[in-house]
Structure formats: C-alpha cells, structure tokens
Design a protein around this ligand. Structure first.
Ligand code: UDP
Ligand code: MG
Length: 323
C-alpha cells in the first residue's frame, strides 16, 4: 500500500501543531490513507518544537525535524521533502489555511496517475491593502517571467516521489519552490481550493519581508531584470541620439552655448540609469556568490522519529546529497 507524506513547515506555530496534526489525522485515517506527517520546525522561538515532540510521542506517524535557526520557508519545505519517505508527497502550510480535505482530492488525482497536483487559490482570503499590493506586484512580475500564471498559485501541492526527487536533485541553494514544481514538468493538473482564515497565531510575513522574498525569488528564478538594464540602456541611447541631432542643429545654426539645463538633466538621468543597472547586476552577483559558496540550505539540530529524539548535529543537505 502506498504512503502519503505531508510536509508541514512550521515557524512559531505552537498554537497550530496539535490542531493541524489532529485535523490531518482525522481526514487521512478516515479515508484509509497510510500517511506520515513531516513537521519541520524552522528555528521557532516559541514552543513549536516542544509541541512537535509531544505530538510525536502520541502519534508514530509523525516525524519532526528541527532546524538550528530560522532558514526560511523554502528551506523548511526542502528539508521536509528530503525526509519524506512516502510514494506521494504533499506540501501544505501548518496553519490550516490549506484545507486538509483537499488533500483527498489531490490524492485521488495522484492515484489516477498525475504526478504534480498544484493547489490553486480560488480567492486570496483576507489580506490588508498594502499586503495585497505587494503580493500583486510580485506575482505579476513572476507570472511574466515564468510564463506560468502565478497570481493564484500556492505552496499547497502534491507530488509523486519521482518529482520530489527531481526537485531535490537541483543543486541551487536559493530556490523558489512554488515555480520550480511546475518548472520540472511531468504530468500535472491542479485543484482549486478556498483559502481558509488562519485559526490561531499570526502570519509570519510583514510587507517588508514579502518584498525581500519577492526579490530573492525573482533573482533565483529569472534573469529578466538583467534585461531591464539592456532595455534601459537602449532607451537612453535612442534619447541621446535625438539630443545629439538637436545639439548639432543648434551648433550649425550658431546657437550653441545655451542648454546647460539639458546637459545637467541628461547627466543626472544617465547617471541614475547606470547606478540602477549596476545595482541590479550587483544583486545577481551577490546571489551568484551565495550559490558558489555552496553552503547547505539548512542545518538540522534534532530529529524526532517514532517518539524518540536524536540529535543531528552535522546532518545537512550538502552538495552531494543526490548522489
Ligand atoms: N513558515 C516557515 N518559515 C518562515 C515563515 C513561515 O516555515 O520563516 C511557515 C509557517 O509556519 C506556515 C507557512 O510557512 O506554516 C505559511 O506561513 P504564514 O501562514 O505565516 O503565511 P501566509 O499564510 O500569511 O502567507
Ligand atoms: Mg498562513
């Protein structure tokens, strides 16, 4: 019989761990699906790890992984995938905003032979205006860059073992999981779901952290911003051509000295365009530097399996984990 692994990244979710485990246990055991819950504590400052330990003591289906510090959701998802042993692997948020019942729908599709089942949001749930703006801006850029509609994409998905292995075998450190799961290809489909209200705790994303997240993921997934530099340069060049022609006409007409203002304006414009472009290029170089260092994506300090806790001081996903 096949096993379904559910990967749950958790950062400061002490109020949610028990609730989420209970909800998933209810839904999955009722449907007669053999399952495993992989809870990844992303270096929480609250009692999340204690909650995971507690849950692990009472439920042998639970595998807990504890990061040595906060490495971010993408790293947590990755660690979850790496530790999941199921034939199908689902990823969902730990706050029950992704309804567990949808897992069943996804599981049936997986049984039918689909290898990637994406959860697509019907609506975005309740969010503040600024938040909506930031998210909207980010996803419109991402959609253009990837050619996939990201506006309603989510991190809620189910994958076949083979797909999970493909994603795990990718060497890059900065990965945008949401887009990568469709980038890998395979036979895929999607399931619509309604985003639920968070039951307890609060969202871990401030508008500023979203902006940072957006930049990291755009840079991780596409080189499109580098083309802005080229486009900007071309526009500047065309404009300066016009100005050159204009100045030449002025020169031959004998009205040369004027135009101090124009020159200052042109210099400022070109100066700022150059600096902006250097900034974008610099950001990419910084990311390339990060990738070249080949630091691990995350460091695990403890693991709880079958209710027993083991320290994992050196276990991390080094560059050769695929081999
Ligand atoms: N999360 C994480 N590490 C982080 C931030 C968030 O593992 O650094 C987890 C969090 O515990 C939750 C999921 O990612 O399970 C989604 O986070 P949240 O609910 O805060 O995001 P939102 O639903 O508001 O987009
Ligand atoms: Mg949430």
């Amino acid at each position: 019989m096949s096993v379904l692994s559910v990967v749950l990244p958790a950062y400061n979710e002490e109020l949610m761990i028990a609730k989420t485990c209970r909800a998933l246990r209810g839904v999955l055991s009722e449907a007669g699906i053999d399952y495993e819950l992989v809870l990844v504590d992303d270096g929480s400052q609250d009692n999340t790890w204690r909650e995971i330990q507690k849950a692990g003591k009472t439920d042998p289906h639970i595998l807990g992984v504890h990061f040595s510090r906060n490495f971010g959701k993408e790293a947590a998802v990755f660690a979850g995938l790496a530790h999941a042993g199921g034939d199908a692997v689902a990823v969902m948020d730990c706050d029950l905003q992704h309804p567990p019942e949808v897992l069943l729908q996804m599981y049936r599709l997986w049984e039918e032979g689909y290898q990637v089942i994406e959860g697509v949001k019907k609506s975005r749930g309740k969010e503040s205006l600024i938040h909506k703006g930031c998210v909207g801006f980010f996803y419109s850029i991402m959609s253009k860059a990837t050619g996939v509609d990201m506006q309603n994409a989510s991190d809620f998905k189910m994958m076949d073992r083979q797909v999970a292995e493909s994603i795990l075998s990718m060497p890059e450190r900065n990965m945008f999981f949401r887009a990568t799961s469709s980038w890998v290809g395979y036979k895929s489909t999607s399931v619509k779901f309604e985003v639920k209200e968070r039951v307890a705790g609060e969202s871990k994303w401030s508008s500023w952290s979203l902006v940072k997240y957006a930049f990291t993921n755009i840079v991780a997934f596409t080189t499109l911003p580098l083309q802005f530099v080229t486009i900007g340069g071309t526009v500047c060049f065309l404009l300066s051509l016009l100005l050159i022609i204009y100045s030449l006409i002025q020169y031959f007409a004998g009205r040369a000295v004027e135009g101090y203002t124009t020159i200052v304006m042109v210099m400022l414009l070109i100066g700022s365009a150059v600096m902006l472009s250097l900034g974008i290029i610099g950001y990419y170089i910084a990311k390339i530097y990060e990738e070249v260092k080949r630091r691990p994506r995350y460091i695990i300090s403890k693991i709880v399996r079958g209710g027993r806790e083991t320290p994992e001081a050196v276990r991390h996903d080094g560059p050769d984990r695929a081999g």
